[in-house]
Ligand binder design. Structure first.
Ligand SMILES: [Zn+2]
Length: 240
């Protein structure tokens, strides 16, 4: 859950938060695809799509992995300077980011499933959206991992509004590691981490020791530090 006014997404780990995000208001849009998050005329990097001043390309750490990663990113997250998905996309060679909030069933089915791949949704088994029983069935690689990049409330809404998502076997991470995100987020819950960290931990779970996330996590740490440094002089709190 993102804190109101903070704007960076996190990934729920094992349970729902006690309260919901007050920032989750407004009409839902209905578009998909990777869009330019910055207005025309503003100098942006053509690769990471961020303003040149905050280009993340130099931080990218190409990371070998065999699991396909699909990130369904809420449109609100695409515009957040603190969002971790851009660095994730630049670093995971077999990843795809699709921006949208509501997806037509046929389009979503095409996104979720690939021949020969077992799709898993990175999402906890929560009372508001119980995991299907199929989650208990062990399956083998290769995997296609689906990740929702949104605030807790918006990710839950995306899940509940798309039966195809809710029906996917889940991958739930139940051993939260300390998050690097704390430096640029306020009032963090111990069971929430950034989307990048959650995805990295999921890949480590699926792929085992052959997946080396250390360089990417190191780069993420530097990204968090740079964001914190940019905001600290302006508001004096270290938080955006
Ligand atoms: Zn760039």
């Amino acid at each position: 859950m993102a804190d109101p006014g903070i704007g960076a997404s996190t990934h729920p780990r094992t349970r729902a938060p006690d309260s919901v995000c007050e920032a989750d208001r407004g009409p839902a849009c209905d578009h998909a695809g990777v869009n330019d998050p910055h207005p025309p005329g503003r100098a942006s990097c053509s690769r990471c799509l961020r303003p040149q001043a905050t280009c993340l390309c130099a931080l990218a750490r190409p990371t070998a992995h065999w699991t396909e990663v699909l990130v369904l990113q809420h449109p609100h997250e695409q515009r957040q300077a603190k969002n971790s998905v851009t660095l994730l996309r630049l670093s995971l060679t077999n990843s795809e980011v699709v921006v949208g909030e509501r997806f037509a069933p046929a389009a979503l089915h095409a996104l979720l499933h690939r021949p020969g791949r077992h799709t898993r949704l990175l999402y906890p088994d929560v009372p508001a959206a119980p995991a299907p029983s199929a989650s208990q069935t062990a399956t083998a690689m290769p995997w296609r991992l689906v990740v929702l990049d949104a605030t807790w409330r918006k990710s839950l809404r995306m899940l509940l509004e798309h039966p195809a998502l809710a029906a996917l076997p889940r991958l739930s991470l139940d051993a939260p590691a300390p998050t690097l995100y704390r430096a640029i987020r306020a009032a963090r819950r111990p069971d929430q981490v950034s989307t990048l960290e959650a995805t990295v931990q999921a890949l480590a779970t699926l792929e085992g020791p052959s997946f080396d996330a250390a360089p990417l996590l190191d780069a993420f740490g530097r990204f968090v530090a740079s964001v914190a440094a940019r905001h600290r002089p302006r508001d004096g709190s270290g938080l955006a």
